[in-house]
Design a protein around this ligand. Structure first.
Ligand code: HEC
Length: 116
């Protein structure tokens, strides 16, 4: 009686080990997901600036959000843009130098003038 129960326990262990090995092999052989190109239409077209001031604004402003985010603002004065561009740096960590802020503001104002 005791011998039989030991034998059964061993058989169960061998079966478990075999199942584990087979399971591993089956998993390794299973095909992975197929990845391919995907095109998504975002609600705000124009991820980049074009035209007046585009170069400096693409350099400093599209790391975190699209150009459209900036373009949808109403016409703002230079001092309001200065507050805004300073906020991007101080509050959100935009990496441009403080010395670059006036040049960025000039580009934003020139851009809004050119558009209206
Ligand atoms: C380090 C990341 C970062 C950079 C770089 C950055 N911004 Fe932003 N910007 C943000 C975040 C975060 C918000 C807030 C988004 C929200 O409210 O959902 C924001 C919002 C804005 C808004 C909407 C109004 C507001 O104050 O929330 C304007 C306008 C704007 N940014 C302009 C700019 C301009 C111009 C530049 C380039 C000089 C710039 N941003 C660069 C992070 C950044």
């Amino acid at each position: 009686m005791k011998i039989i129960s030991t034998y059964s326990a061993r058989a169960a262990l061998v079966a478990l080990a075999a199942a584990t090995v087979c399971g591993t092999i089956a998993l390794a052989a299973a095909p992975g997901p197929t990845l391919g190109p995907l095109s998504v239409n975002v609600p705000s077209p124009g991820g980049y600036f074009q035209g007046t001031g585009a170069e400096i604004l693409n350099q400093h402003c599209v790391t975190c959000h699209s150009a459209g985010f900036v373009e949808r603002q109403p016409k703002l004065s230079a001092s309001t843009w200065t507050v805004e561009v300073t906020k991007m740096k101080k509050a959100f960590g935009a990496p441009y130098a403080e010395a670059d802020i006036p040049k960025i503001v000039d580009a934003l104002v020139a851009r809004q003038k050119a558009m209206k």
